[in-house]
Design a protein around this ligand. Structure first.
Ligand SMILES: [Fe+2]
Length: 189
């Protein structure tokens, strides 16, 4: 299904309400860029634009609550990561029902994608595309300025190359990854 311009505008407004309270200087530009990458992936690889682009807008809306918890010193990073996805899925359901233009199966699939977008065990084609769009956006230093420090960024990139890059499966995703990685590696050099 196509995502109409009218619905996308309303969806974007809802997503931005949450994202603007999320990780500073990151959640808004990262998400809008992930939406762009998703459109580029769909153009070459196919896929349901309405479900996939909506999932990208909503995938990180769980972060504001996580940030609050962080202030309460709940700092186990894995738990935080997991929680942002569960919380995001809960918020996504509320937003999708409020927007009103999504069928039950569409809502179910989008919630699934938001909840599992950070899982490294990828279980479906839609999940694969969401994983790739999110992770392309994470290293797209020309579009989104990294918020990590010069000391931490190489650690992030090493981890990314070891655990995330090998999980790219679509031809288009792999091609984009190979274009972005060298630029990310040069960013602080
Ligand atoms: Fe993300």
């Amino acid at each position: 299904m196509k995502l109409t311009k009218e619905l996308e505008e309303r969806l974007k407004k809802e997503a931005l309400k949450h994202l603007s309270k999320g990780r500073k200087d990151w959640d808004v530009p990262h998400t809008l860029n992930a939406v762009n990458w998703m459109r580029k992936l769909i153009e070459k690889e196919g896929g349901d634009e309405k479900v996939l682009v909506t999932a990208m807008y909503l995938h990180d809306i769980g972060y504001p609550v996580v940030e609050d918890l962080n202030k309460d010193r709940l700092k186990r990073i894995k738990e935080l990561k997991r929680f942002h996805a569960v919380e995001g899925a809960r918020k996504a359901e509320v937003i999708l029902k409020k927007l009103g233009d999504y069928s039950k199966p569409e809502i179910k699939e989008i919630i699934y994608l938001v909840k599992h977008h950070d899982d490294l065990e990828i279980k479906s084609r839609n999940h694969q595309l969401v994983f790739e769009a999110d992770n392309l956006s994470k290293i797209d230093v020309e579009a989104v300025t990294p918020t990590l420090s010069e000391e931490v960024y190489p650690l992030f990139l090493n981890h990314y190359k070891e655990f995330r890059a090998p999980l790219f499966k679509t031809e288009t995703g792999k091609r984009f990854l190979n274009e972005l990685l060298p630029k990310a590696e040069k960013y602080f050099n």
